[in-house]
Design a binder for this molecule. Sequence first.
Ligand code: UDX
Length: 431
Amino acid sequence: MKLVIVGTGYVGLVTGACFAEFGHSVTCIDKDEKRLEILKSGKCPFFEPGMDELLDKHINKTKLISFKSNIKNNLENSDIIFITVGTPIKRLEEETDLSAVWQVAEEIADNIKKYCLVVTKSTVPVGTTREIKKIILGKVDQKLFDIVSNPEFLREGSAINDFIRPDRVIIGTENKKSENIMKELYRPLFLKETPIVATSIETSEIIKYASNSFLATKIAFINEVADLCEVVGADVQQVAHAMGIDKRIGSKFLNAGPGFGGSCFPKDVKAFASTAKKKNIDLSIINAVNKSNQDRIIKISDKIISNIENKSTICFLGLSFKPNTDDVRDSTSMKIASKLFEKGFNIQCYDPEAMNNAKKENSNLVFFNSAYDACEGASAIIIGTEWNEFRALNFKKISKILKEKIIFDLRNIYTPEDLNELGFKYYGTGK
Ligand code: UDX
């Protein structure tokens, strides 16, 4: 099939590359000329394991992927157009900024030449896909298009695997014709018996928000349990393990830490609650999850500050919002490191991939090229993001370069036993 993907961010580019892997012909559209230059060279503009290889294969070998700077003249023979532009939260109102979506809908309406599907893959509040239909109907006959909701469930750092081996594919349509075209698109997964859930458009849009909000709720829940474990001397990792053995609960997304970050969970819980509020529905649990997660940054920062005597140098390891990504959007590590800087600490940082993005976020942080260099002269180490390379640090070597042997293991990579015998004062999360 011939696909057009509008927006080459974390979602659009992975979607385009993986559909090319399925054998479809893909035209990726992005207004950012600099980004297009990087893409045409076969490079991925962000760190995502496997993307450079996949792009190189489908740009240079199969030639199934091409890049264009605008929609004009690129729709005439497309079967399906995916909207994968950013849908960030508006800073003040805590609601979704859909301006990029409306802009793309207008451009699509101006350029549809033959029957095609217009698919929202960006995470959009319930009702958005139907609004897109209204915009296009203003200029295009209903016979020439159908709208579809097809939300993504890609995790940064494992996005290709999540696309190629999804737990399920959600397809929201208005009719059997568009449902069948989408099933043809996902035929390689259909043949592997991946569950394909065909439903209405609004149901599909809700499934996305409800799924992300529930995962965020699991995280906020175990984080609050961790706070109680700390004061009663229980171990939250053992609590989570024992809970997860119950198949009704499941072990995933029960790792206690500094809270959830990234470009999805924080914005999705806010958008879900604000969309519901407009319909006079109070998602009180989701509101509580959002508040609990926001308050956690202060709680963790205060815990660190109250356990370090003087305003001195701190070694902060891991700045990305999670491992295996260079993304620092809504990163709890960045928020905590910045808060400690504001409180007068000198912050020496290292992250395997995210330092360029971190520098743009906060140039007051001091950046080093290794975990050990960042430890030099520090009064404490904070592990903010659980990169694999932090899982076997040489603490004997670190002992010699630290001023004081204190460690705040926000992600519970180590155990108190591991480090107490080396003379460290160990602070985990929930134990
Ligand atoms: C998430 C959803 O998982 C994905 O399905 C959706 O499409 C996009 O949003 P992502 O934001 O890339 O993916 O990362 P994820 O792995 O879900 O982690 C989100 C945040 O939760 C991170 O800050 C992570 O550190 C935190 N987290 C995750 C925990 O604190 N504990 C956990 O057990 C799991």
